[in-house]
Design a protein around this ligand. Structure first.
Ligand SMILES: *Cc1c(COP(=O)(O)O)cnc(C)c1O
Length: 375
C-alpha cells in the first residue's frame, strides 16, 4: 500500500494546459484581457446554456462576488450571508463597501437557514448571498421566493458549484447573479479566476466596466485586440479582469470537466459507502450526480473531531476545516451575534481529501484510518 502523503486537494493540470499557455505566450503578444478571454466566456456560456453576453470572467471568485454586489446596489447596503463560508464572501462584501450580516446555517446541509435570515433582515438589507456549501445549491426556489417577498437581490456564491445542476438546469443558467471561482482547486481552474453570470444587462454592463478600471464599454475593444482611448468613467473600477494566459488554462479545464466530475462523484460515493453505519460520522444531505462536490466535509460527532484529525495527520492524510465561521473573526463581529448551528458545526467539521487525482485506494486508506479511530 502507498504510504505517501494524501493531499486534501490539488490542481489537476498537465501537458495540454501547458501547451495552451505556451501558445498564448508565444503567439499572442498581448497577455492581458483579449481574445482568449472572449473565447473562454463564450465557451462557459455554451456550457451553461445561456446567451454569450450573460458571462463575464474576472480575476478571481472573490472579485466576482465583489463586483456582483457592487453591481446590484447603488448605496452601501447590508448583505445577508451565512457565517459558515470562506472568508472570501465576507471580504468581497466589505470590499464592495457593504456590510455582511452574519446568518446561521442549517444543521442538515450547512446551507443558509432562511428562518434565521428572516430574523436578521435589516431595513438596510438589499442583498441575499446564499453560499452553495460543498457545491449543494439546496432549494433555489425557496431562496428566490424568500428574496422576492422581501425585495432582495440575490448574489449566489457558487464558488463550489461550477457544473452542478438543479432539476436538470445548470447552476448559473437561472437566478439573479451567480458567481463562480476558478481558483487552483475548484471544480475547474484557470490558475486564478472567476466569473459573474447574470441575465440582467445592467449588472453585466457594470461588471464588465468595473473589471477594467471603470472604463466604460472597453470590453469589445479589448476582445478585438484594441482598447478605448476616448472613454468615460462614472463608477469605481478595479484591475479585476482575467488575463489571456489564465483563460487558456480555463478553456482546457472546461473540456476536462466531465472527467473531473465523474472522478469527484465516484470518490464522494466511495466515502459514503465505506463510512456508512459508522456512528461517529455524519454526512451532509446532498444529491451526488447533479452535485459535483468540490469538498468532502463530514461531521465528526461526540467531540472527537480533533482526535480524528490528529490520527489522520499522523497517518500522512491531510484534512481541512471548512470553515471557521466569519462572525468569530475580529473584523466581522468577534463572536457576535451567537449563531448556535454554525458554531456547533465548526467544532465538528472535517473535510476529507477530495480531488480528481485521488485514487480509490487513497479513499480506502482515509476511511480505514477513520474506522480505526472511531470504530
Ligand atoms: C473559493 C471560494 C471563493 C473565492 O474564490 P477565489 O477564486 O479563491 O477568490 C468564494 N467563496 C467560496 C465559498 C469559496 O470556496
Amino acid at each position: 500500500m502507498d504510504s505517501g502523503r494524501v493531499r486534501l486537494s490539488r490542481s489537476i493540470v498537465g501537458e495540454e494546459e501547458a501547451r495552451e499557455v505556451a501558445r498564448v505566450l508565444i503567439e499572442d503578444g498581448y497577455l492581458g484581457m483579449g481574445s482568449e478571454v472572449d473565447r473562454f466566456e463564450g465557451e462557459i456560456a455554451a456550457f451553461l446554456g445561456v446567451p454569450r453576453d450573460h458571462v463575464a470572467c474576472v480575476a478571481s471568485g472573490t472579485s466576482a462576488l465583489q463586483l456582483a454586489v457592487e453591481a446590484v446596489v447603488d448605496e452601501p447596503a447590508d448583505v445577508l450571508v451565512p457565517s459558515l463560508t470562506f472568508v472570501s464572501s465576507f471580504q468581497a462584501i466589505r470590499a464592495a463597501r457593504c456590510t455582511p450580516v452574519s446568518c446561521d446555517s442549517r444543521e442538515g446541509d450547512a446551507l443558509l437557514d432562511l428562518e434565521d435570515v428572516a430574523r436578521r433582515v435589516t431595513p438596510g438589507a438589499n442583498v441575499l448571498m446564499p453560499v452553495h456549501y460543498a457545491s449543494w445549491p439546496g432549494d433555489p426556489e425557496a431562496v428566490y421566493a424568500f428574496a422576492r417577498e422581501r425585495g432582495l437581490r440575490v448574489v449566489e456564491d457558487a464558488a463550489h458549484s461550477f457544473g452542478c445542476t438543479v432539476g436538470g438546469k445548470r447552476v448559473g443558467s437561472f437566478g439573479d447573479v451567480v458567481c463562480f471561482s476558478f481558483d487552483g482547486i475548484k471544480n475547474i481552474t484557470s490558475g486564478e479566476g472567476g466569473a459573474v453570470v447574470s441575465a440582467d444587462p445592467e449588472v453585466m454592463r457594470r461588471v464588465r466596466d468595473a473589471r477594467l478600471l471603470g472604463v466604460e464599454k472597453d470590453t469589445d475593444a479589448r476582445f478585438s485586440g484594441a482598447r478605448s482611448w476616448e472613454f468615460e468613467v462614472s463608477r469605481q473600477g478595479y484591475r479585476s479582469h482575467m488575463s489571456n494566459l489564465f483563460a487558456a488554462v480555463g478553456r482546457v479545464q472546461l473540456r476536462r470537466f466531465t472527467a473531473f466530475a465523474e472522478a469527484r462523484i465516484a470518490l464522494a460515493r466511495q466515502y459514503r459507502t465505506r463510512l456508512a453505519g459508522l456512528g461517529g460520522i455524519a454526512f451532509f444531505e446532498t444529491d451526488l450526480g447533479p452535485v459535483v462536490p468540490h469538498i468532502q466535509p463530514v461531521r465528526v460527532l461526540g467531540g472527537r473531531r480533533d482526535e480524528v484529525r490528529a490520527r489522520l495527520l499522523a497517518a500522512g492524510i491531510e484534512t481541512g476545516i471548512h470553515y471557521k465561521p466569519n462572525h468569530l473573526l475580529a473584523l466581522f463581529g468577534g463572536g457576535a451575534p451567537r449563531l448556535p448551528v454554525a458554531e456547533r458545526l465548526y467544532g465538528e467539521l472535517l473535510s476529507l481529501p477530495l480531488h480528481p487525482g485521488l485514487r480509490a485506494e487513497d479513499v480506502d486508506r482515509v476511511c480505514g484510518a477513520i474506522i480505526e479511530t472511531l470504530g
